[in-house]
Design a protein around this ligand. Structure first.
Ligand code: DC
Length: 227
């Protein structure tokens, strides 16, 4: 039996996080949402009015940003903390959506986050989702999944998520924001979103969450038990 790292990458709104969370839970693995780390940085920068293009300010801010994870047994989920405060809806607000891709494109910020992510994965038994997990953070991950889904389907899902938090946003606005983020994530110079050569593509447009999770857990179990 082998302990492995599972890397799940893909476009915004493909259901990576929900899938990764359930895969981790089914395997008894830890789950790390790397996008939430960039979102914490974005929120910190917004709250402290830091210019993310100013190298010195960015470096100083990164020293002040403590990001940690804890498992909530009651909710059966992993929570992210920014300077010891649990972050939830705060990092999913439209104003964070608006700048997070630009934040995540800054090489200094990426280097700091990748370093933290690699340290978190040292003990393996981990599922991490993001954009560059299988290509940059864990290029040797035993299982890499690349998730895609139709833009319209992704926009509807995002709208539903926001509505559940009491936030009403027009579907065209969401589509525009997702398409813009896809473009920024896929075309940035530093670690763009690309499928790792050895990743398995999973199109989630017409799959239920349960189906997606089962597909990944089945493959993972094979690797864990049979190598
Ligand atoms: O997965 P998400 O939407 O919460 O990610 C937020 C932003 O962070 C998104 O614009 C892509 C970026 N990101 C990244 O560049 N690299 C990662 N490993 C994870 C997220």
């Amino acid at each position: 039996m082998a302990d492995i790292v599972i890397a799940i990458d893909g476009f915004s709104g493909t259901g990576k996080s929900s899938t990764a969370k359930k895969v981790a839970s089914a395997l008894g693995y830890k789950y790390i949402d790397s996008g939430a780390m960039y979102r914490c940085v974005a929120l910190y920068f917004i709250n402290h009015q830091i210019d993310f293009e100013e190298g010195k300010e960015v470096a100083e801010a990164l020293d002040e940003i403590l990001i940690s994870f804890q498992f909530n047994n009651l909710l059966n989920t992993s929570e992210i903390l920014l300077n010891n405060q649990i972050m939830d809806y705060q990092i999913r607000l439209p104003e964070v959506d608006e700048i997070v891709s630009q934040i995540a494109a800054q090489p200094l910020i990426r280097r700091a986050m990748v370093d933290r992510q690699q340290k978190l994965g040292l003990k393996k038994k981990m599922v991490m989702d993001g954009r560059d997990i299988g290509t940059v953070v864990f290029p040797d991950a035993a299982l890499k999944i690349f998730m895609t889904a139709d833009l319209q389907v992704r926009s509807k899902r995002r709208q539903k998520e926001l509505e559940e938090q009491g936030i009403q946003v027009n579907i065209e606005e969401i589509k525009k924001n997702l398409a813009k983020r896809d473009d920024l994530d896929a075309n940035r110079l530093d670690s763009p979103l690309i499928k790792a050569k050895d990743a398995i593509t999973l199109d989630s447009s017409y799959l239920t969450l349960g189906d997606q999770v089962k597909k990944i857990v089945d493959i993972a179990n094979k690797i864990i038990h049979e190598g």
